[in-house]
Design a binder for this molecule. Structure first.
Ligand code: MN
Ligand code: MN
Length: 458
């Protein structure tokens, strides 16, 4: 407990800053769940992980200390390092999500209005819509063509790329707009991305759109109809930056929840000769309720565990159930850091603070803990000892004042298997905004905490 910066000597301060720098590179590059999964696979393969789908299709078997990954539709990934102990004894699981709030293109996004071309969007996750106007935006995603070809889109983050924007009303003409409530000042249907303005001379109607379609054909060899089978996400353009004169913090897009995904991945990849099987789950769709095939409510992880038993030559239904129930999990997600500008929502003594380390939320939820996984006191005691023994700075946290609001994570879903789960993440300011803020010390302490958990939690 206490401020982590105070315990660091010069060398550890440097290690912490270096970890922050590497993390900034990761989030500057990985702005969507798809890019996160792709990058994680590259990093995992370098660390000796093998594609489990390949192992299954070759009919190969698995043994202790094998490292495998399972790519779920390019949007979620499981990394597993098999331990010396029987899998039935349970796993040490780290789980984080790699989707972040953003705007998604609609299936028929392209239109021209009054001489300008726009992309129509439907926002994803909980956002304050007024925060997403007048900032440089980038586009990421895939356009899947009928012939099976997948065109990858990434525009806005290279120096020479153009960027995009959603316009807002000038202050001079905004007197009526400013009377509206903040929830309505920018409406969801008005989140239209400005996409082009040069007309084509030969045509007499929809001329700017014709030019844009021409460019799409030339640059990406796609037709307007191809957007029908596309997933394109609109995210803030630009890199994450150090924040503060002391450079102690990071301002960037997507801390929620890559700030937990990255240290989880780094901890997982460096494990050696483990006794308990170590797993890191990086999942999609948390921001919209963990639904769908790639969300945590999907049974893909359970199915994967069954497949692993099968490849170990040891499959039985009861063993799968035991392995899940005997597991321990840190469900890693961001929490709200105390913000001195908004003390009215802070729960005194029970709020995450910058620099105080990994934040353990025994429960989240809203309106009387509703929808939360309330971790058991027994498990909290195990973790207290684990973190204290390993000199990990950690703190407890609630999402805010009782009845001020609330939120959830993937913890309760994994709790359904009867395993011990607790929320363990990093406190942030500006959650769900285009520029979230965190402390470098907290992400570094989270990393140390995750290593200790994977190695030693029994
Ligand atoms: Mn989250
Ligand atoms: Mn979130």
């Amino acid at each position: 407990m206490g401020n982590a910066w105070l315990k660091y000597d010069e060398k550890e301060t440097q290690t912490c800053m270096e970890f922050g720098k590497n993390y900034m590179e990761f989030i500057s590059k990985c702005k969507t769940e798809r890019v996160c999964v792709k990058e994680s696979i590259e990093m995992a393969e370098k660390a000796g992980y093998r594609d489990f789908k390949e192992i299954i299709s070759n009919g190969e078997s698995l043994k202790a200390q094998d490292k495998i990954y399972y790519n779920m539709m390019n949007k979620s990934i499981v990394l597993m390092h098999l331990g010396n102990d029987p899998l039935e004894k349970g796993m040490n699981l780290l789980g984080a999500h790699v989707d972040s709030p953003r705007m998604d293109l609609k299936q028929r996004p392209l239109y021209e209005k009054d001489g300008l071309v726009y992309l129509d969007t439907h926002y994803y996750g909980g956002i304050k819509k007024y925060q997403w106007v007048t900032i440089p935006l980038a586009l990421y995603g895939v356009i899947c063509k009928k012939n099976g070809e997948v065109v990858e889109i990434s525009i806005g983050d290279q120096e020479t790329d153009p960027v995009f924007v959603v316009s807002d009303l000038l202050i001079h003409l905004a007197s009526k707009q400013l009377q509206k409530s903040a929830a309505e000042v920018v409406e969801g249907e008005n989140l239209n991305v400005t996409f082009g303005s040069i007309p084509v001379k030969e045509e007499d109607k929809e001329t700017v759109k014709a030019n844009i379609l021409d460019l799409l054909k030339k640059k990406y060899n796609v037709e307007e109809e191809d957007f029908l089978s596309a997933e394109i996400e609109v995210v803030p353009a630009g890199k994450a930056r150090s924040c503060g004169l002391d450079e102690s913090m990071i301002l960037g897009y997507g801390h929620d929840d890559r700030i937990c995904a990255y240290p989880s991945l780094m901890a997982q990849l460096q494990m050696e000769n483990v006794d308990r099987t170590c797993v890191t789950l990086l999942v999609d769709k948390e921001e919209i309720g963990s639904v769908g095939a790639t969300g945590m409510q999907s049974r893909f992880f359970e199915n994967f565990v069954a497949e692993v038993f099968y490849a170990l030559g040891d499959y039985s239904e009861i063993k799968v159930r035991r392995a899940l129930q005997n597991s321990h999990m840190l469900s890693s997600d961001v929490c709200a850091a105390h913000d001195p500008n908004y003390p009215e929502v802070t729960s005194d003594r029970n709020m995450g603070e910058f620099g105080h380390g990994l934040a353990i939320c025994k429960y989240t939820g809203s309106r009387g803990k509703s929808g939360c996984n309330d971790a058991s006191a027994e498990f909290m005691a195990v973790l207290r000892k684990l973190f204290d023994d390993n000199n990990v700075s950690w703190q407890t946290s609630e999402l805010g004042k009782v009845d001020a609001g609330g939120g959830g994570t993937i913890a309760y879903i994994m709790g359904n298997y009867g395993m011990n789960v607790v929320d363990a993440g990093v406190p942030v300011h500006n959650m769900h905004s285009p520029a979230e803020l965190c402390s470098k010390a907290d992400i570094y302490e989270a990393y140390k905490g995750y290593i200790a958990f994977l190695k030693e939690c029994k």
